[in-house]
Ligand binder design. Structure first.
Ligand SMILES: [Fe+2]
Ligand SMILES: [Fe+2]
Length: 223
């Protein structure tokens, strides 16, 4: 990596110095590599837009709060940084679209090829061995559980708003990686845009399934 990308990486790295280890510069660089992997064989990708977007997509991660979404904050910071680099407004808008839509929210879906690839790559980093690792970092950050004996049905009823599988988590301390896998992660392939990412996601999920069934057996003292 060289030139302006290296410069942006340095800025982002500085902003993420206090981020947890699941959301630090190494997450950004894994997603960067995944983005490049997902572009292989795909025509008409604007690599410069994609690289700028992936490097900046989580720049405001540590600034997120209950009321402010890090994707929106990151988009605002990206706009300022790209202005300073004399990036044209037209190209900045394209980068901003990728950043705003990397997090699934109602009404703002990725529309461009670059935005779809960033969305897919970012979700892939929540799956597989790395996904498991990051899920347990989340546990520590929110003082949640490494496992829970509640059944999925009981958990959804008790801790998800409206008793619905897609409801907001009411109390994060009651959450666990296995619950996250059941209610969210295993459904990720249906939300991805590129065939290659879907394939990779399924492979990563198969590994997670194996891990959680082993964990369950160990917790029960069967192994
Ligand atoms: Fe993000
Ligand atoms: Fe991310």
């Amino acid at each position: 990596m060289k030139g302006k990308y290296q410069k942006i990486k340095k800025i982002v790295e500085k902003e993420l110095v206090r981020a947890d280890t699941g959301h630090d510069i190494n997450h950004v660089m894994r997603v960067y590599d995944l983005c490049l992997e997902l572009t292989k064989g795909v025509k008409n990708i604007d690599l410069d837009i994609l690289k700028m977007a992936v490097l900046l997509h989580d720049i405001a991660e540590v600034k997120e709060s209950e009321r402010t979404c890090h994707a929106e904050l990151s988009a605002k910071m990206a706009q300022k940084i790209l202005d300073k680099l004399n990036y044209s407004q037209d190209r900045t808008d394209k980068v901003v679209h990728c950043i705003l839509t990397h997090r699934y929210r109602k009404g703002v879906k990725p529309k461009t090829k670059e935005a779809k690839i960033l969305f897919d790559a970012d979700k892939l980093d929540a799956l597989g061995a790395i996904g498991i690792t990051r899920a347990f970092i989340w546990v520590e950050r929110h003082k949640a559980k490494i496992y829970t004996r509640l059944s999925l049905k009981e958990y959804i009823k008790e801790n998800l708003a409206g008793g619905k599988i897609n409801g907001r988590i009411k109390d994060k301390t009651k959450h666990s990686p296995f619950i996250e896998f059941e209610i969210k992660l295993k459904h990720i392939p249906n939300r991805l845009h590129t065939q290659k990412a879907k394939k990779m996601a399924k492979e990563r999920l198969a590994y997670m399934k194996l891990f959680f069934s082993r964990l369950k057996k160990e917790i029960k003292g069967e192994i």
